[in-house]
Design a binder for this molecule. Structure first.
Ligand SMILES: Nc1ncnc2c1ncn2[C@@H]1O[C@H](COP(=O)(O)OP(=O)(O)OP(=O)(O)O)[C@@H](O)[C@H]1O
Ligand SMILES: [Mg+2]
Length: 252
């Protein structure tokens, strides 16, 4: 794995109407790393992700992508939002929703559709290409949102609570899907989640956010071998030790 920083956040503070949501955050994400951020509701996780994505201008501090300060959403970075259901267009079919994410790219329509179909195939939804989002379950809609993000072929993927509203079994499947796609596409990924076990299962490193304003209060390196396998990986003593350590960091 390369040790260069894909994203570097230096001394980031974001205030809304004079109230700080996050304060003095320093964070480097290595190229190819899968980083998870955990923390209680309201501690500033989404704000931090939006700052990383160039969607929110920090009040103070700098975000650099591959060594260059960003001033707005970079081309090479894609976000899967917390409210993914609302981010799909109900009047467009699944394949059109995925292809729509490419409309800014200078591509022929056929090329866009072909790429959309191959990404739907990657998330197991090829058969549903002509459905409308409202004809799909929550978990399937989430797969569409993932396919749309993948279609952009960004090297950096930011995911905000991507599996929040799916059932427990689908959630595990989506975690494995994400890991498979992350390793096969060679992406750098940051995932925000409430779920300690999910963070450990997925990540190379877990950062803990706490407080109001939110700060990064602790981190853990996850040395569990890859590929990760749900029951086996979660059953390891190292996994339990990490869960305990992170739980204490969140609660302590
Ligand atoms: N656009 C905004 N305008 C004003 N305040 C905001 C805005 N966005 C976030 N905040 C405030 O910033 C703080 C952090 O919010 P944020 O959405 O980042 O938390 P979070 O950790 O993602 O929470 P959750 O886990 O519930 O998604 C909250 O107090 C919230 O009210
Ligand atoms: Mg949030």
């Amino acid at each position: 794995m390369s040790t260069s920083a894909a994203l570097r956040l230096s001394n980031i503070t974001k205030e809304f109407d004079g109230n700080a949501a996050i304060s003095n955050v320093d964070l480097e994400i290595r190229t190819g790393e899968l980083l998870a951020i955990i923390g209680r509701s309201g501690c500033g996780k989404s704000t931090l992700l939006r700052v990383m994505a160039g969607l929110v201008q920090p009040t103070r501090g700098v975000v650099e992508l591959n060594g260059r300060p960003i001033a707005g959403p970079p081309e090479d970075l894609t976000v899967v939002f917390q409210e993914y259901g609302r981010s799909l267009l109900p009047w467009k079919t699944v394949v059109s929703n995925v292809a729509f994410g490419l409309s800014a790219a200078r591509m022929e329509k056929k090329e866009r559709v072909d790429r959309a179909l191959s990404c739907l195939d990657a998330v197991g939804l090829l058969k549903h290409a002509d459905f409308y989002p409202w004809q799909l379950s929550g978990g399937m809609q989430q797969r569409v949102a993932l396919a749309r993000a993948l279609a952009r072929k960004s090297s950096i993927l930011l995911l905000d609570e991507p599996f929040g509203s799916v059932d427990a079994q689908s959630r595990l499947e989506l975690q494995d899907e994400l890991l498979r796609l992350w390793s096969s596409f060679g992406m750098t990924a940051v995932i925000v989640t409430h779920d300690i076990d999910e963070a450990i299962y997925l990540a190379d490193r877990v950062c803990v956010m706490r407080g109001s304003p939110g700060v990064i209060s602790a981190q853990a390196i996850i040395g569990l071998e890859r590929p990760r396998v749900q029951v086996e990986t979660r059953g390891k003593p190292e996994f339990s030790a990490l869960r305990r350590e992170l739980y204490e960091s969140l609660a302590g």
